[in-house]
Design a binder for this molecule. Structure first.
Ligand SMILES: [Zn+2]
Length: 473
């Protein structure tokens, strides 16, 4: 599908080369340690093991785009499911609480049956995936509906795994996404119905007890963090370094749900942010090319604008432009990023892969650069879900336009990757040099949704980490 897309107005080879040279160039003013580190990276860029070592140790800033359940490796979920008596269907690979019905096997069996184990890992992640009858996009999104039953009681375990991996790779901050008070907010939305008018709908939700769910969202985080700290031995001398990793949470909204549910989830997100500083942003999840997501895209942007005008606290980052030609009709590739920025008022954009197909892409890039709207770029997820790689990816175009970029994992468990691998790909596939990587790492923290004092502290810690890192080279 992508191979037939010929005329992306990105890079004429010479322009691309010039841009690559600009990114590699080091001004004389750069400190000697930074210059020698950059030179070292140049010598190992074709040596995968040395590159991996270098990038693993490099301070990488924040992972700003991380879905908690998608960030857990399937191996962990098999283990938890086995301990919790979960069953798995051997035809659909959907996990469900036991006792097992016909056509299901206990997940515990997978721990001693290598064939079953491997089949579950492949059904629950991109392990060994090859495009065939099922596309990467469809397989990727289908995994969530399969493994969900194996992690329902394991939110704290998930957070422990994800923060442990982040801290081990020298990340300075994590924002992870989860759905607050999921079934209660659906029930509330159904009770409220749909007024057809946002003001009236908001009133209905408040009257139906929306604020009562804030306590649930708070309790959800309390329980999850308590379990994470227990698993990381945070209150003991053997505390994992992840115990000191700052973490904040984004409230997920299911963009494929009916308008009453979408609006209730958004409104709950804003209520949570007003009441509890650990919730810092609202985000829209699920496939952007789904029928309801496409039909209601503009409505969703108006809903977010409405809520932003009514609540003082909180931030907005939106999955927008996670599309390519062929995945959605051309008309739907023309406005998603722009409306996320101009109507909803998003402060960051997730993916933005189709930006060059928008109306007036150059103008849109200028607006994003001027307003400092960062793009959370998940190179490996974009390759797996959208089939976009190399020169077809707009990352260099964003950089050239002065739009801040941060590398992010998206769903590192499903993708079977990590943040280091995103940096590797930025080097090997996009030709970025050390200063560009450092810029991504710094921009990820500058655009973190942390209060000013905490952000300043994180940036100071990162500066010190870079100094220690560069002393080695
Ligand atoms: Zn995402």
């Amino acid at each position: 599908m992508l191979a037939r897309v010929r005329s992306i107005p990105i890079s004429k080879p010479i322009a691309a080369l010039a841009a690559a040279l600009t990114l590699l160039a080091l001004p004389a003013a750069a400190p000697a340690s930074e210059r020698s580190t950059a030179r070292y990276l140049q010598t190992i860029r074709d040596d995968p093991a040395a590159l991996r070592d270098f990038l693993w140790a490099m301070p990488k800033g924040a992972d700003l785009h991380n879905h908690l359940s998608g960030s857990v490796y399937a191996e962990s979920m098999v283990r938890w499911g086995a301990e919790d008596g979960v069953c798995v269907s051997t035809t659909t690979w959907v996990a469900r609480p036991g006792p097992c019905a016909e056509g299901e096997r206990p997940l515990a069996d997978a721990l001693s049956d290598g064939t079953l184990y491997d089949a579950v890992l492949r059904a629950w992640s991109m392990k060994g995936f090859r495009d065939g009858e099922v596309s990467g996009h469809d397989h990727f999104f289908a995994t969530f509906g399969r493994f969900g039953g194996a992690n329902t009681r394991r939110a704290g375990d998930m957070l422990a795994e994800v923060t442990r991996r982040a801290a081990a790779q020298n990340e300075q901050y994590l924002e992870t996404m989860l759905t607050p008070a999921s079934s209660a907010v659906w029930a509330l939305a159904e009770q409220a119905g749909w007024a057809g008018d946002l003001e009236a709908q908001h009133r209905r939700l408040l009257d139906a007890g929306l604020r009562g769910l804030v306590a649930q969202g708070r309790a959800q985080l309390d329980a999850m963090i308590a379990r994470q700290r227990e698993l990381l031995a945070c209150d003991t001398p053997a505390a994992d370094r992840a115990c000191s990793l700052p973490v904040r949470f984004q409230a997920q909204v299911s963009r494929g749900a009916p308008p009453n549910v979408v609006f209730a989830q958004m409104a709950l997100g804003f209520e949570l942010m007003a009441a509890d500083g650990r919730w810092v942003a609202v985000n829209l999840v699920q496939p952007e090319d789904g029928p309801v997501a496409l039909r209601d895209y503009r409505l969703h942007m108006r809903m977010l604008r409405f809520l932003r005008e009514r609540y003082d606290a909180g931030h907005l980052t939106l999955h927008a432009g996670e599309l390519v030609p062929g995945l959605a009709p051309p008309a739907d590739l023309r406005f998603h990023v722009r409306e996320a920025v101009e109507v909803a008022g998003a402060e960051r954009i997730g993916h933005g892969v189709d930006v060059l197909y928008e109306r007036d892409p150059a103008g849109l890039l200028r607006t994003m650069a001027r307003r400092g709207i960062l793009v959370e770029t998940a190179l490996i997820s974009n390759r797996q879900i959208l089939g976009v790689r190399g020169r077809r990816h707009p990352i260099r175009r964003y950089v050239r336009a002065g739009v801040p970029v941060a590398l992010a994992t998206d769903d590192e468990g499903v993708s079977r990757t990590d943040l280091t691998a995103q940096f590797e790909q930025a080097v090997t596939e996009h030709g970025f040099g050390y200063r560009a990587l450092k810029r991504f790492a710094r921009d990820s923290l500058r655009h973190a949704f942390l209060p000013d004092a905490e952000k300043a502290a994180a940036l100071r810690a990162q500066r010190a980490a870079f100094e220690r890192f560069e002393r080695r080279f």
